[in-house]
Design a protein around this ligand. Structure first.
Ligand SMILES: NC(=O)c1ccc[n+]([C@@H]2O[C@H](COP(=O)([O-])OP(=O)(O)OC[C@H]3O[C@@H](n4cnc5c(N)ncnc54)[C@H](O)[C@@H]3O)[C@@H](O)[C@H]2O)c1
Length: 275
């Protein structure tokens, strides 16, 4: 194994990243390369290993045997793969619910210590924008995608409670290079903070099951970050406020309505309901 520079003497060991070919994948991969001994990269789309410290595998979440093999000797899994937006109930059930079940079950069988699950702010997207949400408040999913992520969290809780797997569910905000719409002034998750939250979720001590919002330090955010700071030891650094001048102050989004904005509307869900 090549020599690695270790920040704060953290060694993440062998880490699997699922869904690495997606939008967040490259940021998470780059953020973990320095401190991981080895990265195992899985996606159903082709991925290429950069050097001998990476293994790339093409595989689908529906294939438990492949996941068990891929997780062999792994210390941790960062589970990004799945449907990342509104879709049909069947698609969400298969990719997010069964997919996460297979990831957690493969982790149990392979004796992986910790799994980081990418949940979503959309688990609580029906709360109104003036409500500051703590992660332990009752969920209010803004669509079927949010419902599927709630099931993801429940699976994580069950594997933690019943089998002692260490699980962190990160309710990610809007992952973008920069905010591209008004809502992002509240919901933006910068690439730097995304990498920071994932690394903290892998390294935090005394974890059984933690659910935390992963959002940048946006002045206008809706979500409480106390759990992230106290239990994961991460305080985000970016603030979408520096982009505020690009968006109209009087945008109807700020007049009230759900945190999910356009996502939390019948028009967003209806096209995905059965005929
Ligand atoms: N991007 C965001 O703003 C955001 C916000 C909140 C939560 N999240 C969550 O974070 C995670 C990563 O998000 P993203 O934006 O990178 O998603 P993405 O849609 O860009 O990428 C998902 C990846 O998962 C892979 N994948 C999907 N189904 C698979 C399957 N059955 N087997 C194997 N691979 C499969 C896809 O090929 C893709 O590479 C997702 O779980 C998403 O729901 C993302």
């Amino acid at each position: 194994m090549a020599h690695k520079l270790r920040i704060m003497d953290v060694n993440l060991g062998r880490v699997v990243i699922t869904g690495v070919a997606g939008r967040m994948g490259p940021t998470v991969r780059a953020g973990l390369r320095e401190e991981a001994d080895h990265l195992v990269l899985i996606d159903r789309e082709p991925v290429t290993a950069e050097d001998e410290d990476e293994t790339a595998l093409e595989g689908d979440l529906s294939d438990l045997a492949t996941l068990v093999k891929a997780f062999d000797r792994a210390d941790a899994v960062v589970h990004l793969a799945g449907m990342s937006d509104e879709a049909s109930f069947d698609e969400l059930l298969e990719a997010n619910v069964r997919g996460t079940f297979n990831v957690l079950e493969a982790a149990r069988r392979s004796e992986v210590r910790r799994v980081v699950l990418l949940s979503s702010n959309r688990v609580t997207g029906s709360y109104p924008i003036h409500h500051h949400v703590f992660p332990d408040e009752p969920p209010r999913p803004d669509g079927l995608y949010g419902v599927s992520k709630l099931a993801v969290e429940a699976l994580g809780q069950m594997y933690a409670d019943t089998f002692g797997l260490e699980v962190v569910a990160l309710r990610a905000g809007s992952f973008e290079e920069e905010p591209t719409e008004t809502r992002h002034l509240a919901t933006w998750l910068s690439p730097r903070d995304c990498a920071g939250f994932v690394k903290a979720a892998l390294t935090a001590s005394n974890v059984s099951y933690v659910v935390a919002y992963a959002v940048s330090a946006n002045a206008r955010r809706f979500w409480d970050l106390t759990v992230a700071e106290n239990e994961l030891g991460y305080r985000p650094v970016d603030d979408a406020a520096k982009f505020a001048s690009q968006f109209p102050d009087d945008d109807p989004f700020w007049h009230g309505g759900p945190q999910g904005g356009d996502y939390a509307t019948p028009e967003s869900v209806l096209p995905h309901l059965p005929d």
